[in-house]
Design a protein around this ligand. Structure first.
Ligand SMILES: Cc1cc2nc3c(=O)[nH]c(=O)nc-3n(C[C@H](O)[C@H](O)[C@H](O)COP(=O)(O)O)c2cc1C
Length: 428
């Protein structure tokens, strides 16, 4: 079994990387972002680093920022992409994102079970409730479903998924507020007992959902005290729900900039910052995200925090809204600087260390030992150079310190994470 004292490491895999200007860097390959071989190479690099898993996000929308900076971020449909990657990898977990708002649980149970079968028990699914009216209109709705209602639907959705997976081919009867499912899944049994369920929303309803069902959470915390608060809250909810606290892996996001010396790390960071096209596109994007008209706002003036929507009744991502407001108030920066920071490097939402492999490892160790993390969701600022730097330079330091595995001792995602197999209704 997996050693509980080891960190879990997930690669959050996105196009050319998470830095807004990564696509402009000469070492990046923006022309390959829809190329399966490119993803195979990246996932194999993560597997060389003995990562627990790789994760593909899915916002189901094409960002119309107008700045041209973010359009290269999105991969193709995650589960299709992961099915292509699976035969080229052996151990690494494969986690795709699916929306509980715009999908049907039977179809999702089947899709995830298929990846699980063909990867030998390495599938996980990040279940999100999605954000924004643009997505709603793609599916024939005028507006996105209200926050509480979409989380209620998500809870029932996951109940149905687990019932179908656990029934191992036997018929299921579910009749609830949102779904009526009568019948059996045509894929019986999972090599890992059940695919792994991941969650990433930190609003009250998101945490409640995680407490009931999640086996890993992708968290967004920018410092250890905030990370530890979220960590303790999530673990308490898991225990209150009758599961051991170790059955949830809390994985805060980290955007590491690695250099063999501190000066080189700063150069890597600086090089990417230099490439940002400051054409005001990020201010327009902020306005679009928060529903504000920022067309006449002074880019060098203060962030109009008072105009931000109230949390009460906000239908977008609540966690993100709270973080954005707090950061704007704490930092007191100009609107231009604020908008650029929000979209260029995710520095507002996730923690962004810049340093040598030892310095990055020190920080990871502090979060891990400080009760803020079971491991990390690594958001690489630029592929493939910075992924290689993490794998080849940071991972060996963690291994030398006994904080990370030196070989895969297990073959399924659930076992890598050390999450117990569910008690199946029908024991095999
Ligand atoms: C690391 C991370 C990855 C996420 N990936 C996705 C995603 O792929 N698709 C999506 O719609 N939302 C994604 N989200 C957003 C959340 O899952 C959630 O839907 C959103 O924060 C709104 O929920 P909340 O109001 O509970 O915060 C992600 C969040 C985090 C922190």
């Amino acid at each position: 079994m997996s050693d509980q004292r080891h960190m879990r490491i997930n690669l959050n895999l996105r196009g050319v990387g998470f830095h807004t200007a990564a696509w402009r860097h000469p070492d990046s390959a923006p022309h390959r972002v829809h190329d399966l071989d490119y993803y195979v190479e990246l996932v194999r690099a993560a597997e060389r680093g003995l990562f627990d898993s790789v994760f593909l996000a899915d916002m189901m929308t094409f960002p119309q920022s107008g700045s041209g900076q973010n359009e290269l971020a999105w991969p193709l449909d995650p589960f299709t992409m992961l099915a292509g990657v699976a035969p080229h990898t052996e151990h690494i977990g494969l986690i795709g994102t699916l929306s509980t708002t715009y999908n049907d649980p039977y179809a999702v149970a089947r899709k995830v079970a298929a990846l699980d079968q063909l990867s030998g028990g390495r599938a996980g699914v990040n279940l999100v409730t999605s954000t924004g009216d643009e997505v709603a209109r793609q599916f024939g709705w005028d507006r996105h479903t209200e926050h509480e209602l979409r989380y209620e639907r998500a809870g029932e959705f996951i109940t149905v998924l687990n019932a179908l997976w656990d029934a191992a081919g036997e018929p299921v009867e579910h009749h609830g507020n949102h779904f009526d499912v009568s019948g059996a899944l045509d894929i019986a049994g999972s090599p890992q007992g059940r695919p792994v369920i991941v969650q990433a929303g930190a609003s009250e309803s998101g945490r409640a959902l995680a407490g009931r069902f999640a086996e890993a959470v992708f968290a967004g915390s920018s410092d250890i005290p905030a990370g530890a608060l979220l960590y303790d809250d999530l673990k308490a909810r898991v225990v209150a729900g009758g599961r051991p606290s170790t059955d949830l892996a809390v994985l805060p996001g980290v955007v590491p900039y690695v250099g063999s010396t501190e000066a080189e790390a700063r150069r890597v960071y600086g090089e990417l910052e230099e490439l940002i096209l400051d054409d005001g596109g990020n201010i327009a994007r902020l306005g679009q995200e928060l529903g504000l008209d920022l067309g006449a706002a002074d880019p060098d003036g203060p962030v109009p925090v008072d105009d931000f929507p109230a949390v009460e009744g906000y239908q977008g991502g609540v966690t993100r809204l709270v973080r954005l407001r707090a950061w704007a108030l704490e930092e007191g920066v100009s609107l231009r600087r604020f908008a650029n920071t929000v979209y260029r490097s995710l520095g507002v939402i996730h923690w962004t260390p810049v340093g040598t492999p030892e310095q990055i490892a020190d920080e990871l160790e502090s979060w891990f030992r400080g009760g803020a993390a079971d491991g990390f969701n690594v958001l690489v600022p630029q592929h493939t150079r910075q992924l290689d730097a993490f794998v080849d330079q940071v991972v060996p330091v963690l291994q030398r310190r006994g904080l990370f595995r030196t070989e895969y001792a297990t073959t399924t995602l659930r076992d890598h994470l050390g999450i117990t197999r569910p008690n199946l209704a029908r024991a095999a």
